[in-house]
Design a protein around this ligand. Structure first.
Ligand SMILES: [Zn+2]
Length: 116
């Protein structure tokens, strides 16, 4: 299945910040804010899917992996986000902007004064 790493974008309907990705071949729009275990349970009860945000590749980019029961049961390794649902109420979408590529830094930055 084709996976495309997430980019940071704004929801065209409500203007909220969302991650747009392709996960297991399916276009995916997820909230950019990570969920606590309690918030993940609330999202699942609300019929929303949840995803692991796993950094992969070089440079590291965030890939969304659907959290099935196996992933939910295992200890958390990565931040968890829930699929996006526009909040109720009137929406005032902002003008469309270009999506932001997300690159996750790895390792320690090289110090200016090496210790040798
Ligand atoms: Zn929205």
């Amino acid at each position: 299945m084709i996976d495309i790493p997430a980019v940071l974008d704004h929801c065209p309907r409500c203007g909220g910040q969302i991650l747009v990705a392709v996960s297991d071949g399916l276009p995916t729009r997820a909230d950019a804010t990570p969920l606590t275990p309690q918030a993940e349970l609330a999202a699942l009860l609300d019929d929303r899917l949840t995803y692991d945000v796993q950094p992969l590749g070089l440079p590291r980019r965030p890939y969304l992996h659907h959290r099935n029961s196996w992933r939910i049961q295992a200890p958390r390794k990565w931040p968890v986000v829930g699929s996006h649902r526009c909040p109720p109420g009137p929406h005032f979408p902002r003008p469309q902007t270009k999506p932001v590529d997300l690159i996750i830094p790895i390792g320690h930055p090289i110090p200016d004064q090496p210790p040798f």
